[in-house]
Design a binder for this molecule. Structure first.
Ligand code: FAD
Length: 289
């Protein structure tokens, strides 16, 4: 019988688990970390302990573990290390790697093309490696003992230190406050941060604020060349809503917009909109919250 594999470096894989369970085959989770735990609905968890090797160097060990046969589906979350593993694994297995996948069936997958403005259906036979959104944190159970492996590429972590920027966990964020070029100065980010903090939200932005203005780190901009997010709430402030931005945010459950322009494209995506100046609306909203 076919197996569905999930390869992941962390536990933010609830969407992949839903997909795996829907396929009906036994699910094996390969954890790219020695600290793995049992997961509901997963028949086997294999925890790989690569010592001081970086996650990406585990590709040979993953390939040895995943003996994918006909009909096997290998799922990986769309994160940097797992994308590297997906490519290396697909090459080893002689399997296609499909990215941007939205739906997985037993004989076909649907995936986003051209930044999400088109959907493509791909018929599959034999093993297939699929990169899709991982989803939120999955509930975990008892710890699983790790299997030490020496099948790693020759790379090792020699030092690690805290980065100067705060790490954002946008992929699993329930609430996101995103800001765009409507903001006049970097100092005004304090006002947006205050609103995000009041909402318990992560801070994100449009690309110009992260690439060009450099007011925020590059890993927090949303869009076709940035992050794709699916929060319950996406509050977009001073963002015009160009397609390249919206493909990363359009699947948010509720989109709230603050913009001075009542003809801004983002209004077409909004569940609620305040047409007004963010310098009036944001402090008032923070105060009201
Ligand atoms: C190949 C390619 C890839 C790209 N990838 C991405 C991507 O991944 N992510 C991304 O974001 N962009 C991406 N872009 C850029 C994208 O096309 C837009 O240029 C960008 O998203 C615009 O950012 P913005 O909405 O912040 O700025 P603008 O388009 O300048 O919009 C600013 C908005 O703020 C409003 N505003 C101004 N003042 C105020 C105020 N006081 N109060 C309230 N509202 C105000 C304006 O009405 C306007 O709607 C890409 C472009 C290309 C060509």
């Amino acid at each position: 019988m076919a197996t569905t594999w999930i390869i992941t470096a962390d536990t933010a894989v609830s969407s992949l688990l839903d997909t795996a369970r829907s396929l009906g085959a036994p699910v094996t989770l390969v954890a790219l970390t020695p600290e793995a735990s049992a997961v509901d609905g997963v028949s086997t968890v294999v925890a790989l302990d690569a010592g001081d090797a970086p996650v990406e160097a585990l590709a040979p060990a993953v390939a040895e573990t995943v003996t994918a046969g006909d009909g096997d589906v290998v799922l990986l979350p769309n994160r940097p290390a797992e994308r590297v593993i997906a490519g290396a694994l697909a090459a080893r297995l002689g399997a296609p790697v499909l990215t941007g996948v939205r739906e997985v069936g037993t004989v076909s997958v649907t995936r986003a093309r051209f930044g999400g403005i088109a959907l493509e259906t791909v018929a599959t036979s034999g093993p297939v490696v699929i990169v899709a959104d991982g989803g939120a944190e999955a509930p975990v159970g008892e710890p699983v003992p790790a299997t030490p492996t020496t099948s790693v590429y020759p790379a090792r972590v020699t030092a690690s230190s805290a980065a100067s920027t705060t790490v954002a966990n946008l992929a699993s964020a329930k609430r996101i406050v995103a800001v765009g070029r409507g903001l006049k100065s970097e100092a005004d980010l304090a006002m947006i941060r205050a609103l995000a903090a009041r909402l318990g939200a992560e801070l994100a932005c449009s690309r110009p604020l992260a690439e060009g203005l450099d007011w925020l780190p590059k890993d927090v901009y949303i869009g076709v060349s940035g992050q794709t997010v699916t929060p319950d709430l996406y509050l977009a402030i001073g963002i015009s809503g160009q397609l390249q931005h919206m493909v990363g945010a359009q699947d948010a459950r509720t989109i709230v917009v603050v913009n001075t322009d009542d003809k801004a494209p983002i209004l077409a995506y909004a569940d609620y909109a305040v047409v007004g100046d963010l310098y009036d609306v944001v402090p008032a909203l923070t105060e009201a919250l």
